[in-house]
Design a binder for this molecule. Structure first.
Ligand code: HEC
Ligand code: HEC
Length: 291
């Protein structure tokens, strides 16, 4: 055999080896992909189980959200992984996966600016043991995979983009007309026990989480807020608290401090009933009317 021939055989073997390795490599790659897909599938499945157990009470069975409890998660602005409109709106610099994982792990001890007017009765809980919550970090990862699996593709998000709406603005009522705006009779001694107990029901359902079951402004939902709610049983202060200001606070909320706007959520009747209930400990139902 000539030297050239040996070299040629050597080259051919080398090429053959490379080809074999490449073929094996491709197969390996696809095996890895299948393995990863299976693994991701299992993680999504586990995440689905956890979601059903821990999250649907506030976010709905398919992440569609529940009014008064929790926002939709299965929505296009959050799960548009390419353009990330929601993350841009809230100035989050990381990835969508990081955002979701981080939110689930740490929770939201305070309402975020984006949701402060939604009137949620409870905060997003802290879930990861890393932050003092009940779930292991791998369970948080599985939940993250599950939420991400709603991203457009096989399953498209089912909820349209949510645009934050500013709180409603009430038409100002002139002081002379104010008492006439109340949809039931009220005298100096109040609207009567029946109305007050209906007001209490509205309060217990919508306000007590932040304002406290005893009207003292000490509910768990308002802990850590910049300006905690006033104490409706402090009569020195309450005797100075005008009815018009009280009504405005309930209808329009107090943006920035976490007091939601109720004008579009509660009926006019319920708003007045709850106002009367809040004024009942100090008995100044209609005084003073204006500042
Ligand atoms: C007690 C009700 C409640 C439960 C239970 C709950 N959440 Fe939430 N979640 C909320 C509220 C309220 C918000 C919005 C908080 C805010 O930003 O003010 C929220 C926000 C979120 C967000 C961020 C959404 C966004 O648009 O910023 C994610 C993600 C989320 N929750 C995932 C989960 C997962 C996963 C679970 C189950 C492990 C869960 N939540 C359980 C109430 C809840
Ligand atoms: C998510 C927590 C939260 C919920 C729920 C909530 N509030 Fe508030 N509320 C606050 C906070 C915080 C303040 C203090 C904000 C401020 O005075 O600027 C406040 C302030 C108020 C004030 C104004 C008091 C003042 O000193 O001017 C009134 C009135 C009021 N809330 C009524 C209600 C009623 C009625 C409901 C239920 C229908 C309700 N709130 C539900 C957190 C909440």
């Amino acid at each position: 055999m000539s030297v050239q021939f040996k070299i040629l055989v050597g080259i051919l073997f080398t090429i053959a080896t490379i080809v074999v390795l490449a073929i094996y490599g491709f197969a390996e790659d696809s095996r890895m992909r299948t393995y990863q897909a299976n693994f991701a599938g299992r993680s999504i499945q586990a995440g689905g189980d956890y979601f059903e157990r821990y999250c649907i009470a506030c976010h709905g069975e398919r992440g569609e959200g529940i009014v008064g409890k929790g926002p939709p998660l299965n929505r296009t602005d959050l799960l548009d992984l390419k353009n990330t409109p929601y993350l841009k709106a809230i100035a989050w610099n990381g990835t969508t996966a990081d955002f979701i994982k981080n939110t689930i792990a740490a929770g939201r001890p305070q309402y975020s600016k984006y949701y402060e007017n939604e009137g949620y009765t409870q905060h997003m809980p802290t879930w990861s043991q890393d932050y003092g919550g009940p779930l292991r970090p791998d369970q948080v990862d599985a939940l993250t995979d599950y939420v991400l699996n709603w991203a457009p593709g096989e399953y498209g998000p089912i909820v349209a983009i949510v645009t934050p709406t500013p709180g409603p603005t009430a038409t100002p009522i002139p002081p002379g007309e104010f008492l006439k705006a109340i949809p039931f009779p009220v005298t100096e001694t109040g609207p009567g026990d029946a109305i007050l107990s209906e007001g209490k029901a509205v309060y217990d359902k919508n306000c007590a989480a932040c304002h406290g079951t005893g009207l003292a402004g000490d509910g768990p939902g308002a802990q850590g807020t910049a300006k905690p709610p006033r104490n409706f049983t402090d009569c020195t202060a309450m005797r100075q608290f005008p009815l018009i200001t009280h009504h405005d606070a309930v209808v329009n909320g107090r943006v920035q401090t976490g007091m939601p706007a109720w004008g579009k959520r509660l009926s006019n009747e319920d708003i007045w009933k709850v106002i009367m209930y809040e004024r009942s400990p100090c008995g100044n139902f209609i005084e003073p009317i204006s500042p």
